[in-house]
Design a protein around this ligand. Structure first.
Ligand code: GLP
Length: 245
């Protein structure tokens, strides 16, 4: 695992955006694995800026997203399809037909099976972008998940529902289930880039960076098994966990 400690969250996002730019420039037909949540937003803003200035083209890029809430239609403002359209796809020159976010409607098991196929269709992602939940969840792989888990329907942890309630009117409006890529598919990507910031990620990132333990109780620790994983944190988070840089 490569650990990058930057001076600020903005710098972390710029670093991640540059890593994505490198992949898209070198392999215009590459598939990108994308993530939602608040953390990657500045990364997407940077990619949009480069696309608008003509420095980067997504004309032949394909994408697959980590997860989607069960029960939300793609035009629901809190659905991850809507999030991706609003925060990235609508502003870059990507062919929407080449973007895949699992459907939240219909049979969730079928949606998970479709997502699993999309992870591998035409080759695995050259780069999978990741955020991290406060409890260490990756995508929506909660504590207790396995290394071999394929895309599946996940029952969200109470803490995840609480953390994501900020995007909904009330916590009761947060879906309790999601379709998520499993750890197997996530780890299949050629490279992984995880960005984390903020004090609420302290315990999860400490488990990832401060020991050699790999445990399903902190799914992020599975990244230790990947041959090309980069974790990008800022000095504030590094200092909080006592990481030397
Ligand atoms: C959700 C998403 C994850 C994301 C996490 C953290 O649970 N499914 O992919 O990493 O939130 O989000 P944030 O970046 O807003 O802290």
């Amino acid at each position: 695992m490569t650990v990058i400690v930057t001076n600020s969250y903005d710098d972390s996002c710029l670093h991640a955006a540059r890593m994505i730019r490198e992949v898209v420039s070198a392999q215009p037909h590459a598939k990108l694995g994308l993530a939602t949540g608040g953390t990657p937003l500045p990364i997407y803003r940077q990619l949009i800026a480069w696309c608008k200035s003509g420095e980067l083209s997504f004309a032949n890029t394909r994408t697959v997203n980590l997860d989607e809430y069960v029960g939300l239609q793609g035009n629901h403002p809190q659905s991850y399809r809507y999030f991706m359209d609003e925060n990235l796809f609508n502003h870059i020159n990507i062919d929407k037909a080449n973007t895949y976010v699992a459907t939240g409607l219909g049979n969730p098991e079928e949606s998970a099976a479709q997502l699993e196929a999309k992870v591998y269709e035409g080759g695995v992602p050259a780069l999978q972008l990741l955020g991290i939940g406060a409890n260490g969840h990756i995508g929506f792989n909660e504590a207790g998940t396995t290394l071999t888990a394929k895309s599946h329907v996940e029952e969200l942890a109470a803490s995840t529902i609480e953390a994501n309630a900020r995007f909904f009117d009330t916590a009761a409006d947060v879906p309790t289930k999601a379709v998520t890529m499993g750890m197997k598919g996530i780890l299949a990507a050629e490279s992984l880039v995880l960005v984390a910031t903020g004090a609420n990620k302290k315990a999860a990132i400490s488990g990832l960076l401060m020991n050699d333990v790999v445990t399903p109780e902190n799914p992020a620790t599975f990244l230790k098994l990947h041959k090309n994983a980069t974790v990008i944190i800022d000095t504030h988070l590094a200092d909080l966990i006592g990481y030397q840089y």
